[in-house]
Design a binder for this molecule. Structure first.
Ligand SMILES: O=C(O)CCC(=O)C(=O)O
Length: 275
């Protein structure tokens, strides 16, 4: 069992994140990367733009990561034993592209309430300061949600360029991970990431997020998978897990889920004037 240790729990409580946590080997990470790249080769647009959401529905290896018992043990330490998977996102930064992520709080736009949920960022390649790893504003989760300005900028990997202003970037903590490790962050921790200045891709597979069964989607709807325990609330429709790579019906399900997600993102946008 790899439930979080008292020190790790303290780090999460004090800083709003815990990292690094070993999950699988570098060799396993390479196999997962190969599967992602096979999908990109066979279906060139499938994982681009809004297609980068919910790739676990069409990739058996990403499904395996999403339901990995070591990850779930750590998540259970933070949100309890009844756990749903609400979605996943691939954050890929290719070399020589202008990809970055503006500083934001996930809870500002995802519509999941209450905040009994956590995001797991799993490194499929090494992730470090040179290739644009995530950076966390330690302790920022203790304040309320902050104002986000909408700053459209070519290269911003966030849909609407949601940006918290005046982040003390020099004081933020880089989450340096080797392939096969993960970090966990709190819904209100301010975080972002810089450009990839290396010669290789930086690939993060993000379970966004693991939610307690008591959590509702207040901006729209999205389906979930039961990851562990029991769902006594039944707030969300349940979907199954993929059995084969790029299955036709799984591709359709992924499209349906990603359409729901776009509605959530844009509903969030019109409701809140600061987006
Ligand atoms: O991958 C990145 O650089 C940012 C990811 C992110 O914002 C998140 O996981 O919430």
């Amino acid at each position: 069992m790899t439930y979080l240790s008292p020190n790790q729990l303290k780090q999460y409580k004090d800083e709003g994140f815990v990292s690094p946590i070993n999950i699988f080997s570098k060799e396993k990470a390479k196999k997962i990367r190969n599967e992602i790249e096979l999908i990109e080769k066979d279906l060139p647009e499938e994982l681009e733009k809004s297609g980068r959401y919910n790739a676990h529905l069409i990739s058996p290896l990403l499904d395996e990561v999403t339901h990995n018992p070591k990850i779930l043990d750590a998540v259970q330490s933070l949100i309890g034993e009844d756990i749903l998977v609400c979605g996943t996102t691939l954050f890929i930064k290719n070399p020589n592209e202008k990809g970055f992520v503006s500083y934001h709080q996930d809870a500002k736009y995802i519509g999941l309430e209450p905040h009994n949920w956590v995001t797991a960022w799993v490194a499929i390649t090494d992730s470090n300061e040179h290739n644009g790893c995530m950076r966390m504003w330690s302790g920022s989760h203790k304040d309320n949600l902050k104002q986000h300005n909408q700053k459209f900028n070519e290269g911003n990997l966030l849909t609407r360029g949601q940006t918290v202003m005046n982040v003390p970037i020099k004081e933020t903590t880089p989450l340096i991970l080797t392939a096969g490790q993960m970090s966990l962050h709190h819904p209100t921790t301010v975080h972002g990431s810089d450009l990839n200045k290396s010669n290789d891709r930086r690939i993060g597979f993000v379970i966004q997020s693991y939610i307690g069964t008591n959590v509702k989607q207040v901006l729209g709807k999205n389906s979930v998978q039961l990851a562990r325990g029991e769902d006594k609330f039944n707030f969300h429709e349940k979907i199954g897990r993929t059995k084969s790579l790029m299955d036709e019906s799984d591709l359709e399900l992924k499209k349906q889920e990603n359409d729901y997600l776009q509605e959530i993102f844009y509903k969030g946008s019109s409701k809140k004037s600061d987006y």
